[in-house]
Each structure stands twice: as structure tokens, then as C-alpha cells.
Ligand binder design. Structure first.
Ligand SMILES: *[C@@H]1O[C@H](CO)[C@@H](O)[C@H](O)[C@H]1NC(C)=O
Ligand SMILES: *[C@@H]1O[C@H](CO)[C@@H](O)[C@H](O)[C@H]1NC(C)=O
Ligand SMILES: *[C@@H]1O[C@H](CO)[C@@H](O)[C@H](O)[C@H]1NC(C)=O
Length: 164
């Protein structure tokens, strides 16, 4: 019984081979956005990053922008998540011509729910999850310092999923 309870509680965070926990967060237009509404379209890339304003995050956001068309060939949904406000995300989206969603996880609720690993013990981690179209976590990429590497990793993973 105890073991069963442990495995049930483990399944609530984001682990490879399990459906990622669903969530609803506000996008940069202040509209609620629910992860499961993107099921059955194509792979879903969810990237958690610390803050719109830091240099590495900014590069990561632009790298995903640069690969948006390529990822869309595989019907991929791209979702970036940080604790920035709706207004801050709106500025980022408007000023950089971002076509994908940036969501506001203001109190880090989803970051905690997914148990996104921290970087160097105390920084909010820069972690990208690639889900298949059923919402199952298939690949996880952690790298604090190389922002653009996350977009490259995501494209590679999406291509692997497409080949299955
Ligand atoms: C986003 O920014 C644009 C341009 O500055 C502004 O017109 C719009 O009201 C903003 N939307 C939100 C939800 O903040
Ligand atoms: C995105 O593309 C622009 C224009 O081609 C390029 O100047 C920039 O270095 C690219 N940025 C990243 C992070 O890949
Ligand atoms: C993308 O979705 C369209 C419309 O459902 C479908 O026709 C197409 O085959 C899909 N492409 C890929 C690569 O899955």
C-alpha cells in the first residue's frame, strides 16, 4: 500500500514515460492556456527558464523563435514558462516577434508541481521537456548556461519522435 502511494505521488511530477501534469497558465494576452488542449496535434515542447530579462534566457527565447518554422513542420506546440508577469511576457513577445506561447507561472506552482530540477542547487533550472502528442514526457534536457542548445535539442527530439 505504501509503495503504491509512493508511485502514485511520483507520477504527479514530470518524469520520462509518464503523462506530464496538466496545467492552466495565463499567456502573454492574459488568456488561460491549458497544456492538454494541445494533445493530438503533434509533439509539445515545454521549456522552463529563469527570467525573460537575463541574457541566456533571451538567447534561448530567440533560438526557439528561429526554429519555430522548422518545429512547426512537425506540428509541434512550443510553450515557454517563467515566473515573469503577463506584461513582461507581452513585451518579450511583441518586441521579438515570438509566434509561440510564453506563460506566466507567477508563484512557480507548475515549476514545483513538475519538480523541475534546480541548477547548481539554488538557481531555478533551465529545463526543456519534450512530450509526444499524447502528453507523455519523452525527453528532458537540462543545461543552465547554453540557452540556444535547448532549441536545438528540442528539434532533434521532435525529429526522433516523428521517425517512430
Ligand atoms: C501587449 O502589448 C501591446 C503593445 O504594447 C499592448 O497594446 C497590449 O495591450 C498588451 N497586452 C497585454 C495583455 O498586456
Ligand atoms: C536568430 O536568427 C537571427 C537572424 O537570422 C540571428 O541573427 C540570431 O543570431 C539568431 N539567434 C539565435 C539565438 O539563434
Ligand atoms: C500535421 O498536421 C496536419 C493536419 O492534421 C497533417 O495533415 C500532417 O500530416 C501533420 N504533419 C506531421 C509531420 O505530423
Amino acid at each position: 500500500m505504501l509503495l503504491l502511494m509512493c508511485s502514485l505521488s511520483l507520477a504527479q511530477n514530470a518524469v520520462i514515460g509518464e503523462i506530464a501534469p496538466d496545467f492552466t497558465l495565463q499567456d502573454s494576452n492574459d488568456d488561460p492556456t491549458t497544456l492538454s488542449s494541445f494533445y493530438n496535434i503533434g509533439p509539445i515542447v515545454v521549456f522552463f527558464y529563469p527570467n525573460d530579462a537575463t541574457k541566456i534566457c533571451h538567447k534561448e527565447i530567440l533560438a526557439f523563435r528561429n526554429l519555430t518554422d522548422e518545429l512547426e513542420k512537425y506540428n509541434t506546440t512550443i510553450i515557454g514558462i517563467s515566473s515573469n508577469s503577463v506584461a513582461e511576457h507581452n513585451d518579450t513577445v511583441v518586441n521579438n516577434d515570438i509566434k509561440y506561447k510564453l506563460l506566466t507561472d507567477f508563484d512557480n506552482k507548475v515549476r514545483k508541481q513538475w519538480k523541475v530540477p534546480r541548477s547548481l542547487l539554488f538557481f531555478p533550472g533551465r529545463v526543456t521537456y519534450i512530450l509526444d502528442k499524447e502528453g507523455v514526457v519523452r525527453y528532458i534536457h537540462k543545461d543552465l548556461l547554453d540557452g540556444p542548445g535547448h532549441a536545438d535539442f528540442a528539434l532533434t527530439a521532435v525529429k526522433l519522435i516523428a521517425k517512430e
